[in-house]
Design a protein around this ligand. Structure first.
Ligand code: SF4
Length: 111
């Protein structure tokens, strides 16, 4: 997540549409969502509880309708307004810091 609010709906929709996590269905504490980052971010206290980003299976009064609407009508998640999705800088897998760099966190800013 980027952390900065993005108020441009068209851009946020593009970020969501191209995100590799936009169909990462997750069930946590009775809440089903399409994005792990959104729900886990709120569970661990990093982000607000984006109540539009999930369907609460335990509290829904019309589960079929709520799920259908959530899955078919939602253009993007509220959390996407704070996220770069798959559009940010890519960090190659498998790169490890050497011992000296691990002891000097400022090194990470130069990668
Ligand atoms: S919050 Fe981020 S990771 Fe989740 S679907 Fe939106 S852009 Fe993708």
């Amino acid at each position: 997540m980027g952390g900065r609010y993005n108020g441009d709906d068209d851009e946020v929709k593009k970020i969501f549409d191209t995100c590799i996590k936009n169909d990462c269905y997750t069930l946590i504490n009775g809440k089903v969502t399409r994005c792990t980052r959104s729900l886990m971010g709120s569970v661990i206290g990093l982000y607000p509880d984006f109540t539009n980003d999930y369907v609460n299976l335990r509290k829904s009064n019309n589960l079929h309708s709520d799920l259908r609407s959530f899955l078919l009508d939602k253009k993007f998640m509220d959390a996407c307004r704070y996220c770069n999705g798959s559009t940010g800088r890519e960090i190659p897998a498998g790169i490890q810091l050497d011992k000296n760099a691990r002891k000097n966190p400022s090194f990470i800013e130069h990668i």
